[in-house]
Design a protein around this ligand. Structure first.
Ligand code: ADP
Ligand code: ADP
Length: 227
């Protein structure tokens, strides 16, 4: 009954220079309410793994299952629905739309699922207030600090109430105290809302504060450490 199951996952890239075995037989289970860091040297397969969990790419073999749904086998439009409904994305560079207001950025992923607009904006406002930036709702992202922009991105990742949040170096562009605040927010969400957060990070300090750290090397799980 894991929220996310990864079975025998492999990814091979064909390049002009030859074949790259980016992932080689990954098996992992992720539970509700768990915060997990994916760590490892550059080129070890972290981005590839996150892309496959996020259904942004297809594996060469093996399967990713989310809430029992074998998502790697779905067609493109079904995968788009999974990305929208089951996964929240948080990126290193926030990826906010700068022509839009903060609240519209948060609401945007909810527009696809025909939700009542007023309810959607109410929920966006509520999430911004949980993030402590309700007063920024009608600002443009460029008027906010990096830490505030990442809070907007976290609020956006939660708008459709997904069981899984994927965070790619969420603190990578932040100074260490702001990064710690963003990390603490992610921790709180994981616990209180019973979400699974999977975070790629180079920050060894943070990787010791999560529930579990998965170390990748050469496309394989080298070890797992429970904290
Ligand atoms: P990490 O995120 O740990 O740095 P990546 O998943 O980006 O690792 O890369 C794993 C390996 O796969 C590396 O050798 C990388 O060069 C290669 N790779 C990643 N993406 C692609 C791609 N789109 N095409 C070809 N090779 C890729
Ligand atoms: P990260 O900083 O997360 O390790 P990378 O710099 O490895 O990310 O990769 C950035 C993007 O480039 C990713 O989408 C990855 O799939 C792609 N990529 C990485 N290595 C290669 C490669 N050798 N050929 C083509 N694309 C690549």
């Amino acid at each position: 009954n894991a929220t996310l199951q990864i079975r025998d996952l492999a990814k091979v890239y064909q390049t002009a220079a030859g074949t790259v075995n980016a992932l080689r037989g990954i098996n992992l289970d992720f539970q509700r309410g768990e915060m997990v860091a994916i760590v490892g040297p550059s080129g070890s397969g972290k981005s590839t793994l996150l892309n496959l969990i996020g259904v942004l790419d297809r594996p060469s073999s093996g399967e990713v299952s989310i809430e029992g749904i074998p998502v790697s086998s779905l067609n493109d439009s079904e995968q788009a629905l999974v990305r929208n409904q089951l996964i929240g994305f948080v990126f290193q560079s926030y990826n906010l739309i700068h022509r839009s207001t903060v609240i519209n950025n948060v609401a945007l992923p909810g527009m696809i699922s025909h939700r009542n607009r007023r309810q959607l904006l109410d929920r966006a406002r509520k999430l911004l207030s949980i993030m402590g930036i309700a007063d920024k709702s009608h600002c443009r992202p460029s008027q906010l600090s990096g830490g505030q922009q990442q809070r907007v991105a976290i609020a956006r990742s939660l708008i459709n109430d997904p069981p899984i949040i994927l965070a790619d170096e969420p603190t990578g562009n932040l100074d260490s105290s702001t990064g710690q605040e963003v990390f603490d927010l992610l921790c709180t969400l994981t616990r209180q809302l019973n979400r699974t957060v999977i975070m790629v990070t180079h920050n060894l300090e943070l990787s010791q504060l999560v529930d579990r750290a998965v170390y990748l090397r050469d496309g394989m799980v080298e070890r797992e450490i429970r904290n």
